[in-house]
Design a protein around this ligand. Sequence first.
Ligand code: PHE
Length: 464
Amino acid sequence: MYIVTLPGGLGMAGLENSNSVPSASAQQGWGSSLGFILAAAGSAIGLGNLWGLTYRIALGGGMAFLVLYLVAVVLLGFPLLLAELVLGRHTRRSPVLATVAVGGPSWRFLGWLFLLSSTLILGYYAVITGWVGRALLAVLQGHLPTDQAGADAFFLQLSGGWAEGVAYGLVLALTAAVVATGVQRGIERLSRWSMPALLVLLMGLLLWSASRAGASASYAEVLLQWRWCDWLDPRILRQAFSQAFFSLGLGSGAMLAYASHLGQGDPLPRQAAIITALDTGVGLLAVLIVVPLMGPVVNGGYGAVGALFVAIPLGFASLGNAGPLLMAAFFFLAAIAAITSAVALLEVPVAVVMDRLGWGRARTAWSTVAVVALLGLPALLSTDLLMASHDLFGGVVLIGSGLLLSLLMGWVAPQQVRQDLSQLPPPLLRGVMLTLRWVAPLLLGGVFALSCVEIIQPKISLWL
Ligand code: PHE
């Protein structure tokens, strides 16, 4: 093993040997393989599963969207998750230095892209998480909207006023407190109780929701929606891939940062398969819970955010006495899912700062979260800016860094991938390599171009 000193005094672990010296941020390992799986699943399972997937299926093509989303998860999500885990575990570095360690200084910008996306996603994610907390508080106090006008007012109230800022600050403070406490004592401990609690609540809600009268009619109406043109619609294709990326948290460096605390004995393929299955499974269960609730209101004009805060409370209110209890369970579940994702997002900049500046974890967590709080202010002040940030950083940028990641691991560092995934059966390993080298760059290049056109086109037509 050798250490190469990078400009600025940064140590780069020798690549031939996978037992590189862990960086400051990676020194503290996970307590167990299960602890890592739960934390990584906690990072992946978030508001994207509970609301994004249903909303997009309902709006954009039902069956076609669902199938394309599943194809994106299996074809690209799983291999790219593996690639991110290999990059983290192999280098045992934070996201910025990990890319340099395998690709040299010219790959540093991919690390910066990880840093940019995770920090800016956290900025707006914390705003929505604050709304979730306020919705939970409102239902516990017995305030449940009963009609469309009441639901509109409910959402406007959640997303405005000084209390919104307080909720935002509290979410970020809670996130920083978990990250500051440490990988094992903070992040792993939180995931160990919160993930099982989330699964139990989800199952309970599913049993109730699926057994309601009219549930199968809603499933048929939304999920079996079938139009041939949807399959060729570039918007649906782009949204299905973006959803898969956002849901697995790929391209943000979060999985990489978590994997940098893994030991050499951890079976990455099995762990990646379980994380992918849990994330996708929870997304599908949430679809089955939410579809019978929201029915036709999904098109209510509030975009994806409204689906969660307008249509869902209205759906629960229509259930009579059981409504408030079920809604409290749903928003509690959403709060757990959101906090564990926020923690993973904060871990990226924290690991980078610890690695580069050598600061302690607590000091880094609190200073980094202060910067995030400032960067998230535009999203706090305007829901339109929040949605625009989601489209840009939670969509285009994640796809772009996923594309670069596949090039890095498929072409620049294939040896590291082969070495770390040697337990995979040879045909599967060949499939992963083929995906990283050809399938992912081509598909993601296409989706990236489509996303750029979709963002730029309305602006051009405004000018013309
Ligand atoms: N996957 C999370 C969700 O579905 C969001 C997230 C994105 C988490 C990127 C970590 C990294 O809500």
